[in-house]
Write a protein of this length. Structure first.
Length: 97
C-alpha cells in the first residue's frame, strides 16, 4: 500500500513536469517585415473556457498589411494558471510587423 502511494505521487509529479506550453502562429499577408512587437495578455477563467478579455490582433497591427500573430501560453502564464488552480488562465498574444 505504501509503495502504491509513492508510485502514484511520483507519477503525478512527472505528469505535472511534462506538461508543456503551447504556441499558435498565424501569418497575415507575407508575414512580419520588421521586428516591431506589440504584446497583450488575454484573460480567461475556468481553465480557459470563459474569456474575460481577448486581444484584437488586427487592432494591435494598427493597419499593417503584413504581420505575424503568435498566441502562446508561456511558462509564467502556466505557472499563474497552476497557482490559481486553473481558475485564471492567461495567454499572451504578440504581433510582429
Amino acid at each position: 500500500m505504501k509503495n502504491t502511494i509513492i508510485v502514484m505521487c511520483l507519477l503525478g509529479c512527472s505528469l505535472m513536469l511534462l506538461s508543456s506550453c503551447y504556441t499558435y502562429t498565424s501569418v497575415v499577408g507575407q508575414g512580419a517585415q520588421g521586428n516591431q512587437k506589440i504584446t497583450e495578455l488575454n484573460h480567461y477563467v475556468v481553465y480557459g473556457l470563459a474569456p474575460i478579455h481577448i486581444s484584437d490582433s488586427q487592432e494591435m497591427a494598427n493597419g499593417a498589411k503584413n504581420y505575424t500573430v503568435k498566441t502562446s501560453q508561456t511558462f509564467v502564464n502556466g505557472l499563474v494558471s497552476a497557482l490559481t488552480g486553473g481558475f485564471y488562465s492567461p495567454t499572451t498574444t504578440t504581433v510582429t510587423k
